[in-house]
Design a protein around this ligand. Structure first.
Ligand SMILES: Nc1ncnc2c1ncn2[C@@H]1O[C@H](COP(=O)(O)OP(=O)(O)OP(=O)(O)O)[C@@H](O)[C@H]1O
Ligand SMILES: [Mg+2]
Length: 244
């Protein structure tokens, strides 16, 4: 089985070298736990390995993401110009203002099929190997019935898997809740679930990462200290001897 390296410091060794290729993985956590940074690092490290990536943003405007990521020294614009990364603006159908992005959704309201078409178009254009969908709850907001949201998630994941790309989905969960996904389906369709926690107060050491499931992989079951610094996310082992 081919492994797709996330390149996130300290993480790949916890999952036998990387994500199983061509599957979907859920990054689950409360607000501000580092889901977007994790997802973006996955794409940037892919770009470095010549594995182009698509970032579908449904929460935050592309310009704000570019700006935020520049704080880490990551120049998304440059990668976009080199066809190594493309951002799809999925925020637009919500606010009803035309987008000046290369890839975006019609401002006439949300349409799942149009979104998936745009996604496939972008994948084809740069021969993407990696995809990020940030976030599932922002996708789900477009549906009224739980049943329709689930169907939308299933369809999206199915199409991405058929396209052969490795996908990271982000989802926000209530830190107190025992659920791993918001709609009770993402954790089952995903081949792996990574839970990020932030205890709220004090220093960086209050962040943790936990691999809740990773199909076809012998993975770490520990709660790993995680840090976000000016270089992005770093995952630590619980003790020096930790080795897989
Ligand atoms: N340069 C930095 N140094 C240290 N920590 C940082 C830095 N930049 C951002 N952070 C931390 O990362 C957090 C944001 O991470 P990120 O945007 O990935 O979270 P998220 O889980 O996607 O949140 P949301 O649910 O709001 O989308 C900030 O709240 C902050 O704590
Ligand atoms: Mg985010």
């Amino acid at each position: 089985m081919n492994r797709v390296k996330t390149g996130i410091s300290g993480f790949d060794k916890l999952i036998e070298g990387g994500f199983p290729e061509g599957r979907s993985f859920l990054i689950s956590g409360g607000t501000g736990t580092g889901k977007t940074i994790f997802a973006m690092q996955f794409l940037l490290n892919g770009a470095e390995l010549n594995e182009p990536g698509i970032y579908l943003t449904l929460d935050e405007r592309p310009d704000l993401i570019r700006e935020d990521m520049l704080r880490f020294g990551w120049n998304i614009r440059k990668l976009e110009d080199n066809n190594l990364v493309k951002i799809i603006d999925g925020t637009i159908s919500k606010i009803g203002i035309p987008s000046d992005e290369e890839f975006s959704l019609p401002m006439t309201g949300f349409d799942l099929d149009k979104l998936l078409l745009e996604l496939m178009k972008a994948i084809k254009k740069i021969k993407a190997k990696r995809v990020v969908i940030d976030s599932i709850p922002a996708l789900g907001m477009n549906f009224e019935k739980q049943h329709d949201i689930r169907k939308a998630i299933l369809k999206t994941v199915y199409l991405l898997s058929r396209a052969g790309v490795t996908t990271v989905l982000t989802t926000e969960i209530d830190p107190e809740s025992k659920q791993l996904g918001k709609y009770g389906v993402e954790e089952f369709v995903a081949d792996g679930v990574i839970v990020l926690h932030y205890m709220g107060m004090g220093t960086q050491s209050n962040r943790t990462l936990h691999i809740r499931k990773m199909r076809a992989t012998k993975h770490s079951e520990d709660l790993h200290p995680m840090e976000i610094s000016e270089n992005g996310i770093k995952v630590h082992s619980i003790d020096e001897d930790y080795n897989i």
